[in-house]
Ligand binder design. Structure first.
Ligand SMILES: [Zn+2]
Length: 174
């Protein structure tokens, strides 16, 4: 409960209200969906590749890719936070929203971020500190040369961001 209150303070009131409405609509079926697809068990997590933007998923959604430079835990606000668990959650939700609810990437990413931040806050870590802690890894993944990219990486997010330089780099890596 306290997590929710903290989260509300971090976003503008209006943004929070509209997020809430949509999540109320999506909530029950999304939870059912995530439960039946066994969020943690049925998905493969692969840490072997260079993944721009930190993490991604295979086209079929069966594999979640984490950038190989991403540590499992980071010290945030004095706590050892298992960041990959939250990122996994984000990627799973995003992919489900795109595939099952036909959202575009931007919308799906926004919702996935909201749910991810809610979880982070519930565990007593400030979402802002969490995002700050991840920033160096996101930049690194996007700006360093991308050498090894999985052949089945879903390119939807990169196409949607219209990141042409990055896409060319991914194509070259494949
Ligand atoms: Zn995302």
């Amino acid at each position: 409960m306290s997590g929710k209150i903290r989260f509300k303070e971090n976003l503008g009131e209006t943004a929070y209200e509209s997020e809430c409405e949509l999540l109320m609509e999506l909530g029950p079926s999304l939870i059912r969906c995530l439960t039946t697809q066994a969020l943690h068990d049925l998905v493969l997590v692969n840490n072997e590749y260079d993944i721009p933007y930190l993490a991604g998923y295979s086209v079929d959604g069966q594999t979640i890719y984490m950038d190989r430079r991403l540590p499992n835990k980071l010290k945030i606000d004095g706590q050892n936070v298992e960041i990959q668990a939250y990122i996994l959650f984000h990627e799973r939700i995003e992919k489900l929203l795109i595939d099952l609810y036909h959202m575009d990437y931007q919308q799906a990413h926004k919702h996935a971020t909201h749910w991810e931040n809610s979880l982070v806050a519930m565990s007593g870590v400030s979402p802002r500190s969490y995002e700050q802690a991840l920033l160096p890894y996101i930049r690194g993944a996007a700006h360093e040369s991308v050498q090894r990219v999985p052949a089945d990486l879903d390119l939807t997010p990169y196409v949607d961001e219209n990141d042409k330089t990055l896409l060319r780099r991914i194509m070259r890596a494949n």
